[in-house]
Design a protein around this ligand. Structure first.
Ligand code: ATP
Ligand code: MG
Length: 346
C-alpha cells in the first residue's frame, strides 16, 4: 500500500445525537456514518443546510459539546504513534489534546468564534505552538508565526494585530495558518459562512490546495457549494438528513452522479466546463430530523421513487464507481449484472 492510499482516519457506523431537554425529542443529526480518509487526500462533504455536515466534523474532531453525544460508532485515527489505530470516541480529554493540532486541526465555520478578538494574533499562535513545544522561545514563536502567516498570504506585521482588526477573509486565513502550526496530518475545514464571500472562499481553498501539495496533509472540506468541491476534491461525500447518500471520486460525482439527490444538487450548480443554462433547484425541502419519512428520507422529493423506497431504508451500495444509498440505482445495477451474466452464458 502506498503512503497516499494508507487510511489516516476511519469513521465506522457513527451516530451523533443532540439530546433534547426533558420535554423535547432528541435529534439524530448523523446516522450510520461510514467514511475513510486517506493520507494526502482531499475529501469534500456537501449537502443542504442542516444535513449534519458540521455535526459530523465536530464528532470526527471530538470537539462536540453537550447536548451532542455519540451513542455508537468509532473514529479510528492511524498516526505514527498508533499505526494499529486508536478510537478517538473512547479517548479522554488529555489524550485528545495530544492529537489536536499535531494530528488533526480544524478550521471552524465561524472564524471569529475561534479567534479571541481582543488577543493579538501572535499570542494565539504562541498558545498553540507551546502546547506541543513547551520550550519554544519568544523569538522562535515570532519567526514561526511570520512564516505561517506568509504561507496564507498575510504580511507578518499582522501578527501584532487583534483579530477584530482583521477582515473576515484575513481572519479565516489566519485560522488556516494556525491550523498548519503543528504540521497536522489532517485539516478539517467547515465552510466559512457570512464573513467570507464566494470569491474569497475560492481563494482560501486555492491557498489550502497549494499548501496541501507542499506538505501532503489530508483535508476534509465541508460546503454547500458542490461546484467548488467538484473542482478541488479527490472524493466527495453527499449528505442528506444526517446520512451519507453518495460517496465517490469527484469526477464521477461531477459527470455521472447516481443518487437522485446528488443529481439534483449537481444540476443546481453551474459547472465551469459547461455552457450556461437555466438551473433548477431541487423541489421541496429537507425533512425535519425528528419526523423522518419511512424508508428513504429523500423519497418525498424524489421523482424516481418506487414502492420499496417507502418501505425500506436504502443502505450505501456499490455501484459502477461510486456508492449510493438508492433502491432504484441498486435495482438497475442488479438488472444490468443479471443481463450481462445471462448474456455471457448464451
Ligand atoms: P449548515 O450547512 O447550515 O451549516 P449542517 O449540514 O452543518 O448545516 P448541522 O449544523 O450539523 O448541519 O445540523 C444538523 C442538525 O442538527 C440540524 O437539524 C440542527 O438543527 C441540529 N443541531 C445542530 N446543532 C445543534 C445543537 N447544539 N442542539 C440541538 N440540535 C442541533
Ligand atoms: Mg454547518
Amino acid at each position: 500500500m502506498t503512503a497516499a492510499s494508507a487510511p489516516l482516519l476511519s469513521v465506522r457506523d457513527l451516530d451523533v445525537m443532540y439530546l433534547g431537554l426533558t420535554d423535547e425529542q432528541n435529534v439524530k443529526a448523523c446516522s450510520d456514518i461510514d467514511l475513510e480518509i486517506h493520507r494526502g487526500e482531499i475529501l469534500g462533504i456537501a449537502g443542504e443546510s442542516a444535513s449534519g455536515k458540521s455535526t459530523l466534523l465536530t464528532a470526527i474532531t471530538r470537539l462536540q459539546n453537550p447536548p451532542a453525544v455519540t451513542p455508537k460508532g468509532e473514529v479510528v485515527l492511524y498516526d505514527d504513534r498508533h499505526p494499529e489505530g486508536i478510537d478517538l470516541v473512547q479517548a479522554d480529554e488529555r489524550q485528545l489534546r495530544a492529537f489536536r493540532w499535531s494530528d488533526i486541526s480544524i478550521v471552524m465555520q465561524s472564524a471569529m468564534a475561534c479567534l479571541n478578538p481582543v488577543t493579538r494574533l501572535v499570542t494565539q499562535f504562541a498558545d498553540t505552538l507551546r502546547a506541543h513545544q513547551p520550550r519554544i522561545s519568544r523569538a522562535e514563536i515570532r519567526e514561526r508565526t511570520a512564516e505561517l502567516l506568509e504561507m496564507v498570504g498575510i504580511a507578518p506585521g499582522a501578527m501584532d494585530k487583534f483579530a477584530h482588526e482583521l477582515s473576515g477573509g484575513m481572519r479565516q486565513r489566519a485560522l488556516i495558518a494556525l491550523a498548519l502550526a503543528c504540521n497536522p496530518d489532517l485539516i478539517v475545514m467547515d465552510e466559512p459562512t457570512t464573513a467570507v464571500d464566494v470569491v474569497m472562499q475560492r481563494q482560501i481553498l486555492t491557498h489550502i490546495l497549494r499548501l496541501q501539495k507542499e506538505f501532503g496533509f489530508a483535508v476534509i472540506f465541508v460546503t454547500h457549494d458542490l461546484s467548488l468541491l467538484l473542482e478541488m476534491a479527490d472524493r466527495i461525500a453527499i449528505m442528506y438528513a444526517g446520512r451519507i447518500v453518495e460517496i465517490g471520486p469527484a469526477r464521477t460525482i461531477a459527470d455521472d452522479p447516481q443518487h437522485p439527490y446528488t443529481q439534483g444538487l449537481r444540476n443546481s450548480f453551474p459547472s465551469l466546463r459547461e455552457p450556461r443554462r437555466v438551473r433548477h433547484g431541487i423541489p421541496g425541502s429537507p425533512p425535519d430530523l425528528r419526523m423522518l419519512p419511512s424508508g428513504c428520507a429523500f423519497r418525498p422529493r424524489c421523482s424516481e421513487a418506487i414502492e420499496r423506497c417507502a418501505a425500506e431504508r436504502p443502505e450505501l451500495n456499490d455501484l459502477a464507481v461510486s456508492r449510493a444509498a438508492c433502491h432504484v440505482r441498486a435495482e438497475e445495477r442488479a438488472r444490468d449484472e443479471e443481463l450481462s451474466t445471462t448474456g455471457a452464458q448464451r
